[in-house]
Design a protein around this ligand. Structure first.
Ligand code: ZN
Length: 245
């Protein structure tokens, strides 16, 4: 079984379309780690697609914010404006879909899907303290998103090692999973990368081969930017797409 693993699409249709085109034919099912909407200009199109194509998905904080399940008080001004704009635009069907997304962790065959942290869907997993994460390791591999940083952590018995993003200038990084270790893997953000690389990020998990491939893919950033500006969303949301921050 091969899974295409997406996270933090954030209503960026151009980035999603480029990822689907590039990965076409290389996976059996698509999984998503939350934040379908927020920031980007195509919430209905992305949710419509999600409803038809995702085999499993957990909710993200922006999905909750767009349907009134989370307070906007922790959002910065641009995020709040985008959440309110998204909420005003969602069709009743798409609103209902977002409202009913499950909270992570979601158990798959031998791995889990979470948005932020296995203990708290809204917590950012930027650092790894093995003793803090161990009680939450219910399976060998956990896929998480939320930080918009591709990479993650590999835990051996005593230590944690950082997994880096695909280097700039390359498009793929293969991780052969060691069956003795635990992994927390972030495929990166499809629609609003913040790790300094503006290319759309995603991963393919080949369960039988025991390997995860992290990938980066270019997309027409200027088209997504023009839509954000045309929608009257804050300019910073368009500008940051070009720098990946
Ligand atoms: Zn996000």
């Amino acid at each position: 079984m091969r899974y295409l693993i997406l996270s933090d699409i954030h209503a960026n249709w151009e980035a999603l379309e480029a990822v689907l085109r590039e990965a076409g034919g290389e996976y059996d099912a698509i999984l998503c780690l939350g934040d379908l909407v927020g920031y980007g200009a195509d919430p209905n199109r992305v949710v419509q697609w999600a409803r038809a194509h995702l085999a499993a998905v957990v909710r993200g904080n922006h999905d909750k914010a767009a349907v009134g399940l989370a307070s906007l008080e922790w959002f910065n001004e641009a995020a709040r404006q985008a959440a309110e704009w998204t909420a005003s635009l969602l069709t009743p069907e798409n609103h209902a879909y977002l409202r009913n997304l499950p909270r992570g962790p979601l158990e798959m065959e031998d791995f889990q899907l979470v948005h932020g942290h296995p203990a708290d869907e809204d917590e950012y997993l930027f650092e790894m303290v093995p003793r803090d994460i161990r009680p939450w390791l219910r399976c060998r591999t956990i896929f998480f998103g939320h930080t918009h940083y591709q990479g993650g952590f590999e835990l051996s018995y005593a230590a944690a090692r950082a997994i880096r993003a695909v280097p700039s200038g390359e498009t793929r990084l293969v991780l052969e999973l060691d069956p003795r270790h635990h992994y927390l893997i972030n495929p990166g953000s499809v629609g609003q990368p913040r790790d300094g690389d503006p290319r759309a990020a995603y991963a393919i998990y080949d369960v039988d081969a025991g390997c995860v491939e992290l990938r980066r893919c270019t997309y027409p950033v200027e088209v997504a930017q023009a839509k954000i500006l045309r929608a009257g969303l804050p300019r910073v949301l368009a500008e940051r797409l070009a720098v990946g921050y």
